[in-house]
Design a protein around this ligand. Structure first.
Ligand code: SF4
Length: 365
């Protein structure tokens, strides 16, 4: 696996895996906006059936049971305007200063998906047609000086409710957003993806204001629990293309690795050690690489939703094997016991520092 990562340019027959929705719905409001209409043209050119709704409410997403609703919603792309409330941004520590959204929902099928605990209702993939309004709103939050995880300005996270690269061929919204951040003096974009179709991003005038991160995991976790996404090797290879300098055919971006959710599966040191070896082979040359390390956790609500979506999952969600952690609003989540957390943290800190001397671990949680 390692040697194929050293390939800079994908072979001529290389085709990244792109998601094709079964149905695409447009609300009337979305069709009125120029960005919505350019999404319409992209979808039409791909020959995907389009439904033009007569009202701004999505319909026909529910099936007879949770599983059928899941299947129907996960195959549906809805093009809508983000609600006015979306323009009031929320902070998102420890990842960034603020979160904003190009879309909500994701076409992949990860059995631990964190969206199960954060988005309510059928998991339809909504993309936002009022992108210009969403971007025009950001300067209100932009301040000069040190922001979270960046030295020079305010950081904005675009992956809280979606995987933006997974939808890029249908929307063009990530490319537009990267271009927009490239023109800003004090604003920095961060996004995370499990997808690998990075070619449209390579030539953009990003001006160093976008950090591209790949979400990766140890082989047994990725193989058993992630569905509808490219293999980890393909994600690392894509990250390499993004990080390589322009004169070597790459995108010249600052990059990062999000290792999540970390799980102490059997033989976890060996599996995560191999993941870090592969990451080093792919992007060890990069001077500006960050790491975000997130252990697995679940809440009573996310467990219920995930079990309704994936009733046969092998994902461990046993309360007795975890410790309870309460947030300031009294909400409960289940995390690994302190001793396990300490061993995991020690391992990742030592093994990352050894392989990436100039890498920065942004947070452990
Ligand atoms: S790629 Fe991320 S958002 Fe999409 S299903 Fe997997 S965990 Fe959820």
């Amino acid at each position: 696996m390692t040697s194929e990562l050293l390939e800079v340019t994908p072979p001529p027959d290389f085709k990244p895996r792109l998601w094709t929705p079964q149905r695409v719905q447009f609300t009337p409001a979305a069709l009125e906006s120029p960005w919505g209409r350019q999404i319409y043209q992209r979808v039409e050119a791909l020959g995907i059936p389009i439904e033009e709704l007569t009202q701004n409410r999505l319909t026909g997403l529910r099936g007879g049971d949770a599983r059928e609703t899941y299947n129907r919603a996960k195959r549906t792309l809805a093009v809508v305007n983000a609600a006015p409330g979306a323009l009031k941004l929320q902070p998102i520590p420890p990842s960034a200063d603020w979160q904003f959204h190009l879309a909500e929902g994701c076409p992949a099928h990860c059995q631990y998906c964190y969206l199960a605990g954060s988005l309510a209702g059928p998991p339809v993939i909504r993309v936002f047609a009022n992108l210009p309004e969403i971007l025009d709103n950001l300067p209100r939050y932009e301040t000069p000086g040190a922001g979270r995880n960046e030295a020079a300005g305010t950081t904005f996270e675009a992956s809280c409710y979606t995987d933006p690269l997974s939808l890029e061929h249908l929307t063009g919204s990530l490319v537009e957003t990267i271009r927009w951040f490239g023109t800003r003096e004090h604003a920095y974009l961060r996004y995370t993806t499990k997808f690998d179709a990075v070619e449209p991003l390579l030539d953009l005038p990003h001006n160093g204001h976008t950090r591209c991160r790949a979400s990766v995991n140890a082989d047994p976790v990725a193989r058993k629990l992630e569905g509808g996404v490219p293999p980890v090797a393909a994600r690392l290879s894509a990250l390499r293309r993004l990080a390589l300098p322009r004169n070597e055919g790459g995108g010249g971006y600052p990059i990062g690795l999000v290792i999540a959710p970390i799980m102490p599966v059997d033989d976890w040191e060996a599996h995560y050690g191999r993941l870090l070896d592969d990451a080093q082979a792919a992007v060890g040359f990069a001077e500006d690489v960050t790491f975000e390390l997130i252990t697995h956790r679940f809440t009573p609500g996310s467990k219920d939703v995930l079990l309704s979506w994936y009733p046969k999952t092998s994902l461990e969600m046993t309360e007795e094997m975890r410790v309870e952690k309460r947030n300031k609003f009294g909400g409960v989540k289940y995390v690994y016991p302190p001793e396990m957390m300490k061993s995991l943290k020690r391992f990742f800190q030592a093994e990352i520092t050894r392989r990436f001397p100039s890498g920065r671990i942004l947070y452990w949680t």
